[in-house]
Design a protein around this ligand. Structure first.
Ligand code: SF4
Ligand code: SF4
Length: 591
């Protein structure tokens, strides 16, 4: 009954989605789609299904003679939907668009559809996104057209809410662990809809009041809906000790805040607009860097993942930023058309396409938020130092804690259960080896995290053996268990060490690639880690210096005499792809 949460897991496996969701809902999802079609669809109608998934509802509607248009952000789901229509030979009745809610404005003209439907989608959207969607649905519906929404809502009444919360909590936690995402039950869908230019005609609640189907008619005098005003958040909104604590120990998992527009100080029409991701720690750090500056901060939805990982993993994209620009209507709040993007978003955002979609020009700001005040003082210019990714001791120790605390806690709990006396030695070994490897990384010889870990484990074994023999406390091999444990711990700590503290492709990346694993949920993606050598085509290059402003490794330099850009340190390149993606002349390629 609370399967909307598990739906997030099924979405990553489109081929099993229909079967899985119907098993989980005991056939409820299928029934609801059939009922919607039975009640509201007539032959000849033009229907838009938002978040059409595998096209189940679309097929029922097409069989009744309707013309159906589906949009979905999952290419996998759309492929299955298209195949479904080919199998039943109804392709002439269907149109599919790989698109999300924020694309409605560019895809469809006013008053095109008789009916708009959406099932199990609105509870995945943030409030600002829903508000944008209602406005757009209102626009694309014909006068007196019908909207039917089905999705997860918060039950009414204290006891139903309590039961809903108690059942939902462990399921939501499990889904967060497996799929690193979740859904947000809508508080009052009927009120939202009726405040958005619709006349609600009825609501049907099932599953302990947690599933709602609402049907509403576009008000005949609604005309084409005008965009409503989105209010900006205060920067205090996300202050939370629990979230901050989780930022430091739970970096394996996304920590999202609500995307949207934030007001820093008292920004006016000329105030700069900064973009960031919706990872809690990043938002807090950017807000801190901006304190004392009047600015707009536009937080794009990236599923709670930091800027660099989100840009490389396809979460911080041209579409997510253009969607945030549209939804927040920032264009109404400023008179200029300039966005400051985080430099580490360069592998994921095409600034030329962003300009086409939003009308805003973009520049890449400094690599770190703490340099934003300096960047503003320099009128939007950066020194080469402000472009570099840095991995100082404080950063390496922070990563040691955030990447390993949960693993340590898990094994520590196991130690407590089987042999409480082993906890101290295990912790000493774990954190001691961790501090040596993470803090001493630049000075430990070699280039491989594995080999550095292996070297340290040999030192531990030799040290333990020698100490035992010299102290006369038994045979050295009595400690074989701890020696083996030190090898395993050092192997674990060194496994992705290079990737974590240096930003380079690590042995873990290579191993996963060899195994054909290109992503693991939202933990890992190899999308941008193209192997190869950077090639600079000096004939195509115009010397615009864009590559210098986005390279986090300082690979490029300016030949002042010849006034040209050249790859001065190609050996430092770790093929993040940022320069090639941003080069306007396509003069940079990974060969
Ligand atoms: S971005 Fe491209 S065109 Fe511009 S300086 Fe670099 S290589 Fe040359
Ligand atoms: S030169 Fe290499 S490291 Fe620098 S931006 Fe280009 S691909 Fe990334």
């Amino acid at each position: 009954m609370f399967s909307y949460i598990f739906m997030k897991i099924l979405e990553s496996r489109p081929s099993r989605y229909d079967r899985g969701i119907n098993i989980l809902t005991l056939g409820h999802a299928k029934r609801v789609k059939k009922e919607i079609v039975d009640k509201y669809v007539r032959a000849g109608m033009k229907i838009l299904d938002i978040g059409c998934g595998t096209g189940e509802l679309m097929e029922y509607a097409a069989r009744k003679g309707a013309y159906v248009t589906g949009i979905d952000i999952s290419e996998g789901m759309l492929c299955i939907a298209q195949k479904r229509f080919e199998d039943v030979e109804l392709c002439d009745k269907a149109e599919f668009n790989h698109a999300g809610i924020t694309d409605l404005d560019r895809l469809f003209e006013d008053r095109r559809f008789d009916l708009v439907t959406s099932t199990l989608v609105f509870s995945e959207l943030y409030p600002d996104e829903r508000q944008w969607a209602y406005t757009e649905i209102n626009r694309v519906l014909k006068d007196s057209g019908t909207l039917v929404l089905a999705g997860e809502v918060k039950p009414q009444g204290f006891f139903k809410r309590l039961i809903h919360f108690l059942i939902r909590l462990p399921l939501a936690a499990a889904t967060y662990l497996i799929a690193q995402t979740g859904t947000r039950a809508v508080s009052d869908m009927t009120e939202e809809i009726s405040l958005s230019g619709f006349e609600v005609q009825g609501e049907q609640r099932t599953l302990l009041d947690s599933f709602s189907v609402v049907w509403a008619r576009k008000k005949s005098n609604a005309g084409t809906a005008e965009p409503s005003t989105i209010s900006a958040f205060s920067s205090k909104r996300d202050w939370s000790i629990a979230k901050t604590f989780w930022d430091y120990i739970g970096r394996w998992f996304p920590s999202p805040v609500e995307p949207g527009l934030r007001q820093i100080g008292a920004p006016d029409k000329n105030a700069p607009v900064f973009i960031t991701c919706n990872f809690h720690l990043t938002v807090r750090r950017v807000e801190k860097a901006l304190s004392g500056i009047d600015a707009w901060l536009l937080v794009a939805p990236t599923n709670g993942i930091n800027v660099w990982c989100a840009a490389c993993g396809g979460e911080l994209t041209t579409q997510s930023v253009s969607g945030a620009v549209k939804i927040t209507r920032i264009a109404n709040k400023v008179s200029h058309r300039r966005l400051v993007l985080p430099q580490f978003s360069a592998p994921g955002i095409d600034i030329r396409q962003l300009k086409q979609e939003t009308g805003f020009n973009s520049v890449f700001g400094p690599a770190y938020a703490k340099d934003i005040p300096k960047f503003l003082k320099m009128n939007g210019e950066k020194t080469s130092d402000m472009c570099l990714a840095k991995y100082p001791l404080s950063f390496r120790l922070e990563m040691l804690l955030s990447m390993n605390a949960l693993i340590w806690a898990f094994i520590a709990a196991f130690c407590l259960m089987i042999n409480p006396g082993s906890l101290f030695v295990f912790s000493l070994l774990f954190w001691g080896a961790g501090i040596v490897l993470y803090a001493g990384y630049p000075w430990i010889p070699g280039n491989s995290g594995w080999l550095k870990g292996l070297g340290l484990s040999i030192l531990i074994i030799v040290g333990t053996g020698t100490g035992t023999i010299l102290s006369g406390h038994g045979d050295w091999h009595n400690h074989w268990g701890w020696m083996l444990a030190s090898v395993i711990i050092c192997f674990w700590l060194g496994f992705d060490l290079r990737g974590i503290v240096e930003g380079s492709a690590s042995e873990a990346t290579g191993l996963l690639e060899k195994l054909g694993i290109h992503s693991i949920g939202k933990f890992y993606s190899s999308r941008s880690k193209t192997k190869g050598i950077l090639k600079h085509d000096t004939v195509l290059c115009t010397g615009c210096r864009t590559c210098m402003g986005v390279c986090p490794k300082g690979v490029f330099d300016l030949d002042k005499r010849e006034k040209r850009v050249f790859a001065a340190r190609p050996e430092a390149c770790f093929t993040c792809g940022a320069c090639g993606y941003q080069c306007p002349e396509h003069a940079l390629k990974i060969s």
